[in-house]
Design a protein around this ligand. Sequence first.
Ligand code: TXA
Ligand code: MG
Length: 343
Amino acid sequence: MKTKLLRGEQEKELQEAAQLLRSGETVAFPTETVYGLGANALDETAVHKIYQAKGRPSDNPLIVHIYDRKQLLELTDQVSDTAVQLMDAFWPGPLTLIFKRREGAVPSCVTGGLDTVAVRMPNHPVAQRLLTLVDLPIAAPSANLSGKPSPTAASHVQHDLDGRIAAIVSGGCCAVGVESTVLDLSGKIPVILRPGGVTKEQLEQVIKTEVLYAAPYTSAEKTPRAPGMKYTHYAPDAPLYICTGTPEEAAGKIDQRLEMHKGKAGVMLSMQTLRFLENKDENLVVNLGSREDLKQITCNLFAALRYFDGVDVEAIYTENFPTEEIGAALMNRLNKAAGSKKI
Ligand code: TXA
Ligand code: MG
């Protein structure tokens, strides 16, 4: 299949993308978090194409994307007061809410057979315009090959999915750079199944009650609450190690390792930690930004992981970051990418 490249700022090209989606094809598009791979959520055959293109396990459910709250009522008939408060505060934006699914609302391949449905309203002008033109609920996981870092630029999508999907709509780099927060409201206490662009602290401030993180998935459990948790994620080709301690300590550990690899290792670090590093080969160093601005570090993370897939390295080294606010999402992704390997 030849994958069309369409420009999100061109209305005509967006109309073409909308037409492809309406006719049951898969189209990648930008959102404020990461690029998504969309298909008509009401069309089982179209949704199967998503799983196929990504190589995604079929029990991992998809998020349904909408542009208007009126669409929510077709998907669920149970919208709590808490959900309304959260939608008022964070939609459109990087917050996915899990609702009880309306019987027969979407084919079971969208929800991985669960009786719930995940819904999000993205805050990106291209995504919003496209969803409006299509006027259908659009199922969209991140537009990467399963297991690879999520795409934060159209070129990342092209790298992974060229020839496997009908079109890619471009729309620049994603401002948040990690996926949405997935929040389960089905129990007494709201539970974050995946930390993301909206932080636990922000959620608690709005709903004025405690929000919990879901316990990390252990393989003893058969089905985690977010089925995606049991799969490997974000893994670069070379093994990634997280070096703990102060910036100075982390840089010291990395310098030792770099000697061991005789130059065949990559580092992705904050500028503060980079200052302490003695061994610097520009091609193998990615500056993630300032530790004072974890949003920036988070935004640069996936592109950095992808960069090292394009160079010949035996290992990649990075550092530990605080887990408050957006740091929770950052360390969640880093730990997954590293398979929790710490030095
Ligand atoms: O920011 C995002 O959320 C991006 C953009 C494209 O919107 N999408 C995204 O989708 O990250 P995906 O498929 O890569 O991740 C969806 C996560 C998975 O961990 C999945 O298991 C969980 O949401 N999920 C989806 N539906 C669920 C449900 N009904 N119950 C529990 N978890 C669900
Ligand atoms: Mg994903």
